[in-house]
Ligand binder design. Structure first.
Ligand code: M6R
Length: 614
């Protein structure tokens, strides 16, 4: 969602802020702005609706020249994506300026009170109330830092805020409440940085510290001082950033999404590597937080996440049941959190979130924590909120994912979940040495098989050319590949804006079949597994109704050749590993369809990389 940057030091702030914002563009946004205190203490605020390039263009030859400032890319919640609603926001007298991520849930009540005091509001946002509240508190005699701290105590909801004050331009004050995204402090030489995400900081420093919920920080060019929003001092030392700047470059690819699809043989290998041994075969999860006795007392697993991570959960249900031998269910986190679910200390809640900051997933985890459930999270970002909330983490370990459409994090999550299930099965006695060897050999084949799938990359450009003018798609799958069908449909709608729905193929006759016509292509996952004959029948039913079918089939099995309109041939893959491989062509199809339709692949409209509001 919104991206935040801040700078204080001896270099011109504006170029650093704009560069930082450009590195956060992947998060998704609809307007951008910066505020810089110029010499002579004037505050300059520049904003623009639309892409960051519009803001940059508007400042050509007239960029503000101060040495401290804050910047923001906004993903609209309250008020449209206009220039006026863009951040930074100021108080009535342009003394205080803020950038904000999250929602001020009590903003209407605060706004009415502040308006009654004479504050003049200019935007439709909830965020503006923060600057006015700070102004009001300073008017009552509080120094700036205290006014920020008191503001943090008065606003409700999850927020991340950075504030600056014209009277003390060399100090930035930030706080974090709940889980509306993070604030990271970057330590430089006689300069300090703040950002919602690491990519904005990495060109300048690899020494960072993270704010936890309920913490605030004041930074000047020399140091960072941490406190709780209640006022207690906190000692924090900088630590090495978990990523480097090289890892987030495009490496010659046209888009991050393509780079991230293409690097999956390596990233899945990384997700597995270091956690398995083959002589003898074994899974090693050294930081696993539960004792064998605790693992054996688990009588149910609840898998939860959102979007692509929820699809990972749907696949992992098979892993938990078929490998670990534990009854498993899946729950969308935004539903789980409000359902008063029946969970207890014998339930293992496995949350999946590549970012570790998704508001609904964190809400579901809070609910699980209240009921005393055991919690493991699958996450790609060290230090993120889910990793702090769960008892233990299995890191995805695939490096930063920048494209808004999740690709390599899905295949990495699936590898991590497979390993988790295998580990649980070993402890619970459902996986003996022979099975362990078989399971790990199967998983170890995934990078090679993904590589083979990627060899057909060129074909997807041609397929996209053929299919890009359709407005509706149906994706069908069965068994462990049913969630892959849902993921294929999600990828297509996210990046190409084509309406697509993923269904269990068996459900088709119960309604969706009414939609079948020559104008709605069906992408059918029909690998040669125990459900192939059923899938083949479903494909015949579509064809019998004049539908157009693009079938994903196993190489060397050509009996759909005369039936389907197009075939995507995939290497033969062990059943439980097949989602990790079969999702790859669907990612490529979505990518090429988006290109064909001229869409902004890495920053699709309306989407945010990390969804920090409900
Ligand atoms: O960071 P998370 O894995 O928790 O994110 C969950 C979803 O927001 C995410 O998977 C979303 O659906 C992606 N845009 C999918 O490509």
């Amino acid at each position: 969602m919104c991206g935040i940057v801040g700078y204080v030091g001896d270099r011109l702030a504006a170029p650093i802020l704009l560069d930082g914002l450009s590195r956060l563009e992947y998060r998704g946004y609809d307007s951008a702005g910066i505020a810089v205190v110029e010499s002579g203490k004037a505050l300059t605020v520049r904003k623009a609706s639309g892409k960051l390039s519009v803001l940059v263009e508007s400042m050509k030859g007239a960029a503000p020249t101060g040495f401290s400032g804050i910047g923001h890319t906004r993903w609209a919640t309250h008020g449209g994506p206009t220039e006026v609603n863009a951040h930074p926001h100021t108080d009535s007298n342009k003394n205080v300026v803020i950038v904000h991520n999250g929602i001020v849930e009590n903003y209407l009540e605060l706004k009415e009170r502040l308006q009654a005091e004479g504050h003049r509001f200019t935007s439709e946002t909830d965020s503006e109330v923060i600057a006015h509240l700070m102004e009001s508190l300073m008017g009552r005699g509080l120094v700036f830092e205290e006014a920020v701290r008191m503001t943090a105590q008065r606003i409700q909801g999850a927020q991340a805020v950075v504030a600056m004050n014209v009277q003390e331009p060399g100090t930035l004050v930030a706080f974090r409440l709940g889980n509306a995204g993070g604030i990271t402090v970057g330590y430089g030489q006689r300069e300090m940085f703040l950002a919602s995400d690491l990519p904005a900081l990495l060109p300048h420093t690899s020494q960072v510290a993270f704010l936890a919920p309920g913490e605030m920080v004041s930074v000047d060019a020399r140091e960072a001082r941490f406190r709780s929003v209640q006022g207690a001092p906190i000692h924090k030392s900088p630590q090495a950033a978990p990523y480097d700047a090289v890892a987030i470059a495009k490496d010659g690819y046209r888009h991050f999404m393509l780079k991230e699809i293409m690097e999956q043989p390596g990233t899945v290998h990384r997700a597995i590597g270091g956690r398995v041994s083959f002589e003898p075969a074994d899974v090693l999860l050294p930081d696993f937080p539960f004792t064998p006795a605790q693992v054996r007392e688990v009588n149910r697993i609840v898998l939860t996440g959102m979007g692509t991570s929820l699809h990972a959960c749907m696949v992992a249900r098979y892993y938990m049941e078929q490998i670990a031998g534990v009854p498993a269910e899946i729950d969308n986190s935004s539903e789980l959190r409000y359902r008063n679910p029946i969970l207890d200390s014998r339930t293992l809640v496995v949350s999946v979130s590549q970012s570790g900051e998704t508001a609904d997933t964190l809400g579901a985890m809070e609910e699980a924590a209240r009921s005393g459930a055991k919690q493991i999270t699958i996450c790609n970002v060290e230090g993120s909120q889910t990793t702090r909330m769960a008892h233990g983490t299995v890191f995805i370990g695939v490096g930063p994912e920048i494209g808004v459409a999740s690709t390599k994090c899905l295949t990495g999550s699936l590898a991590a979940l497979y390993l988790l299930a295998t580990y649980l099965g070993k402890v619970r006695g459902t996986v003996d040495q022979a099975r362990m060897t078989g399971l790990l050999n199967d998983l170890a084949s995934a990078p090679r098989l993904i590589g083979q799938a990627l060899e057909q990359r060129e074909a997807f450009g041609r397929l996209a050319h053929e299919y890009a003018d359709y407005y509706n798609f149906l994706y069908l799958g069965r068994g462990i590949n049913m969630p892959v069908a849902m993921e294929g449909a999600l990828k297509l709608k996210e990046v190409s804006y084509i309406h697509a729905e993923g269904y269990p193929a068996g459900e088709m006759k119960h309604g969706p079949i009414a939609l079948i016509s020559k104008d709605m292509p069906v992408v059918a996952l029909a690998p040669r597994d125990h459900l192939y004959d059923k899938m083949r029948s479903n494909i015949q039913e579509v064809k019998a109704r004049g539908g157009k079918v693009l079938a994903l089939v196993t190489q060397g099995h050509h009996d759909l050749a005369g039936v389907a309109d197009g075939l995507i041939e995939m290497p033969s893959t062990p059943y439980l590993v097949s989602p990790i491989v079969n999702v790859v062509p669907l990612q490529l199809l979505a990518y090429h369809m988006a290109l064909e339709r001229g869409c902004d692949v890495d920053q699709p409209r309306n989407l945010a990389k990390t969804v920090t509001v409900e």
